[in-house]
Design a protein around this ligand. Sequence first.
Ligand code: ADP
Length: 159
Amino acid sequence: MHALYPGSFDPITFGHLEIIRRGLVVFGELTVAVASHLGKSAVFGLDERLDLLRVSVPASDKLHIESFDGLVVDYCREHGLPVILRGLRNGSDLDYEYQMANTNAELAEEIETVFLMAGSEHSHISSSLIKEIASLGGDVSAFVPPAVAAQLSERLRRK
Ligand code: ADP
């Protein structure tokens, strides 16, 4: 089965990479879809987020990196993808994801949302916390791939 893993990926973290690795095992084929518009809170533009993903994921002809604009369920329908994959870290993720999954089910009942629980090693990692640590001069290399750590310190130093 071919699943869609949508998100902001601003930037990609080891937590996202773990979901991608395990998602590939469970579904066999995965499209990671990067939301194109994030508003003012975004640190990285769409092309940068796509590039950072491409250099950070394992090479596989079963793994595709794309962008999307609009509703996730519309993307799934247009590309014939029956499953949305999301990661769950904690209770706050659950509240939000539960609402989103039920809304998407109402918009497109044939599309199923499936969750993978974050592993204990990565469950505390979030893109926003990483941006905050980096902006305060902290070392984020334990949380993100090397290309992301390098870009983050470069970007936030210039701000
Ligand atoms: P969004 O803005 O759509 O939530 P994110 O890039 O923040 O985009 O997250 C995309 C998906 O990855 C979400 O399902 C989120 O819960 C999941 N995720 C984010 N960080 C982690 C992590 N450390 N471990 C597991 N899943 C995660």
